[in-house]
Design a protein around this ligand. Structure first.
Ligand SMILES: Nc1ncnc2c1ncn2[C@@H]1O[C@H](COP(=O)(O)OP(=O)(O)OP(=O)(O)O)[C@@H](O)[C@H]1O
Length: 260
């Protein structure tokens, strides 16, 4: 575990959240006792945008995602949807507002079938929207992740890469406006990771959501992201087009551990 940045003496400048459709966080800070897991972070993800979030271990990426997805409250700062602040208080609250996520360590119901795993989220969506369960959309998602032949199989019996796809489909069953993917390529082989790039783009194109991806696999994140944020010791180090970020000497030094 690395030492964390101390809070800034003067609060970092926090530009207002954009007013168009999408997610913004402004001045987001979380400390655990003396440890600043994140400190004054700003981030935007607009409709149809794929945004990458990278940084060394302990940079604060998952803490940020935990706050946005309602599993952790911030110490200070705010989360906005369409420019309006909201305090994500639970996963169901987030689902209602259109935020869904996957987890670093896959959290499927291993004994339930692929279809039932996705259906669980479809049921949540139906409850919060007081609408019927969209069985046709469940079928569409099973087709989208190309697991039609395995729809009745227990999720826990599937290869790892397949399980990741089921988890993504389960998140999509909430019909999110913003999808948060926490290390979706972790544990995948090269072929699966390559396919995942196509899947993430296809999600954006087909379902129109904004997507925030945390990932340590640099090749994957450079390929898939339209914009990239880099965190280090709880703070935002830089943000920009992947190619520009890749050649930023500060990023090379802190993230890749060497100077150019
Ligand atoms: N519940 C907690 N209690 C105390 N410290 C925590 C807690 N959660 C996170 N931290 C600390 O906050 C910092 C940021 O952790 P976080 O998991 O957000 O980083 P990360 O960038 O996601 O790392 P990784 O890439 O290893 O997943 C770390 O120093 C971590 O030890």
């Amino acid at each position: 575990m690395s030492a964390q940045a101390k809070p800034a003496e003067t609060a970092p400048e926090t530009p207002p959240p954009f007013k168009s459709w999408g997610l913004s966080v402004r001045g987001l800070t979380k400390h655990f006792g003396g440890v600043y897991a994140i400190n004054g972070v700003n981030l935007d993800c607009k409709e149809g945008e794929i945004v990458g979030l990278i940084g060394p271990n302990g940079a604060g990426k998952t803490t940020l995602m935990n706050i946005v997805s309602g599993t952790m409250a911030p110490t200070s700062g705010a989360v906005y949807l369409d420019g309006t602040p909201f305090a994500p208080s639970s996963a169901v609250d987030c689902a209602e507002r259109g935020i869904a996520r996957t987890f670093q360590n896959i959290r499927l119901f291993k004994r339930l079938s692929v279809r039932d795993n996705i259906r669980v989220a479809a049921v949540t969506r139906a409850r919060v929207k007081r609408a019927p369960i969209d069985e046709a959309f469940i079928d569409e998602l099973i087709g989208f992740i190309d697991l039609g032949a395995l729809a009745g199989s227990p999720a826990g019996a599937l290869p790892y890469g397949h399980q990741r796809r089921v988890e993504i489909a389960r998140a999509l069953a909430l019909r999110p406006r913003v999808l948060l993917l926490d290390e979706p390529a972790a544990g995948m082989n090269e072929q699966e990771t390559e396919a995942l790039t196509g899947t993430v783009r296809a999600i954006r194109d087909r379902y129109g959501c904004g997507i925030v991806v945390i990932e340590h696999d640099l090749t994957f994140i450079m390929q898939v992201s339209q914009r990239l944020y880099v965190m280090h010791l709880g703070a935002l180090l830089t943000e920009g087009a992947p190619q520009a970020v890749r050649h930023d000497p500060r990023v090379i030094e802190i993230y890749l551990g060497r100077k150019k």
